[in-house]
Write a protein that binds this ligand. Structure first.
Ligand code: ADP
Length: 391
């Protein structure tokens, strides 16, 4: 049997997992997902190179709770050909609040604190906690670690962590949390390998969810995804920045209720809202439709706006990094962004960009630009191993 760390990303209706070795450098053994848990649950597992390992279906109309899904995954890892013994679990948890500026060993009291934050971040937090609680109940001796998306941004200056609201509103606990921190943590460790001199770095984590982070010496000083993952850049279906007075107008005129508006802002906006047809950058780029083009243009426009603002905050820019689904794969978006940043001294290497990097700026470009694939799962495995072996 091979000892392994189980990395868990527990969402509302899907549960992604990866099993990693426990050696000094965690390496992937296999990964998989239980999907459509509330409608048509099905399990797939794959080898590290993506080759299918196994699959299982519970049948349409069945409902699989997080507990049952995790029991199935752990049982499968131990009993099937993978023959893996889970010796620790690491969870992706989006929000660590003011208390956690780094990963933490999970206790019942930690879970209660994290659950208490769900009211601030309704899309992921409660489901992340549910996964950890399920394992705590059914595998009580198994050490567990929570790794947070918000922790990386606790290095932001105080002025960047507040909103200009009355004290009574700020006293409710509202803060500029920031997300995608597990990805930014990983990227901050890769940048010195490709650009050892770079101190002022902007990273675009551009996936289904998208944000930008300004880093000084590898530490976050500002980021665009603010409080509950809705704002900043336009995303696949999330709006990005929309002024609060627009929100009030839509409510005042009864075009929406607060419930339907929240649903629209999270689920029907962003690339999908602008194009009216797709939330997928691949589809939009390939479409001749004017609204699809508008969606891509808006995404690039917003990105350039954030990069400009963050360059000012950093007092200049040494390196720009693209990561996640769009960042790693869309030569079109990267080229459009770099073209508009020519004034900054960014010169695109078109051939390297077409090949998805790693360096996509020319040798004489004053600012370097890179494509660096992110690996949030590995980061969680590594942090889990570090904490579990130190207790
Ligand atoms: P998530 O945030 O859901 O983890 P990813 O980081 O995997 O998402 O990014 C998913 C997005 O990446 C897709 O919605 C798609 O728009 C985009 N994407 C993937 N491949 C390409 C590609 N070749 N060209 C442009 N966009 C791509």
């Amino acid at each position: 049997m091979t000892d392994a760390v189980l990395v868990v990303n527990s969402g509302s209706t899907s549960l992604k997992f990866g099993a990693y070795t426990t050696g000094k450098e965690a390496t992937l053994l296999c990964r998989g997902v239980v999907d459509s848990m509330s409608t048509d649950p099905h399990f797939v597992a794959k080898e590290p190179d993506g080759k299918p390992l196994d699959a299982h279906e519970w049948g349409e109309g069945q409902v699989l709770h997080h507990k049952a899904a995790l029991n199935y995954i752990i049982g499968w890892l131990e009993q099937h050909e993978a023959n893996i013994k889970v010796v620790a679990a690491g969870h992706r948890v989006v929000l660590g609040g003011t208390r956690f500026d780094g990963p933490v060993v999970i206790t019942p009291e930690v879970l209660d604190y994290l659950d208490g934050l769900s009211v601030m971040e309704p899309s992921h937090q409660a489901f992340n906690v549910r996964g950890a609680r399920a394992i705590a109940e059914d595998f009580p001796g198994l050490p567990q670690v929570a790794v947070f998306d918000s922790s990386f941004h606790r290095t932001m200056p105080d002025v960047a962590q507040i909103y200009p609201l009355p004290k009574a509103a700020r006293d409710t606990g509202v803060r500029h949390w920031g997300y995608h921190g597990i990805s930014y943590d990983y990227i901050s460790r890769q940048v010195p390998k490709v650009a050892p001199e770079a101190r002022r770095v902007i990273v675009g984590h551009l996936g289904g969810g998208a944000s930008v982070c300004a880093m000084l010496d590898g530490k976050s000083i500002e980021t665009s995804m603010a409080f509950a993952g809705l704002t900043g850049l336009p995303m696949a279906t999330r709006s990005g920045d929309v002024p609060a007075d627009v929100i009030f107008y839509l409510l005042r005129t009864k075009a929406y209720t607060s419930e339907t508006l929240e649903k629209a802002l999270y689920g029907d906006s962003g690339l999908l809202g602008l194009s009216g047809t797709s939330s997928d950058m691949r589809v939009l780029q390939a479409s001749p439709d004017a609204d699809a083009k508008l969606a891509v243009d808006y995404f690039v426009y917003a990105l350039v706006k954030f990069i400009g603002a963050y360059t000012a905050l950093l007092g200049g820019l040494d390196a720009l990094v693209f990561t996640a689904g769009i960042g790693e794969n869309s030569a079109i978006v990267r080229a459009a962004v770099l073209e508009r940043l020519d004034w900054l001294g960014l010169k695109l290497d078109a051939a390297a960009n077409a090949a998805n990097g790693p360096r996509i700026s020319t040798a004489d470009s004053k600012v370097a630009a890179f494509v660096i694939p992110t690996n949030e799962e590995l980061m969680i495995a590594q942090h889990t191993l570090d904490l579990v072996s130190s207790v």
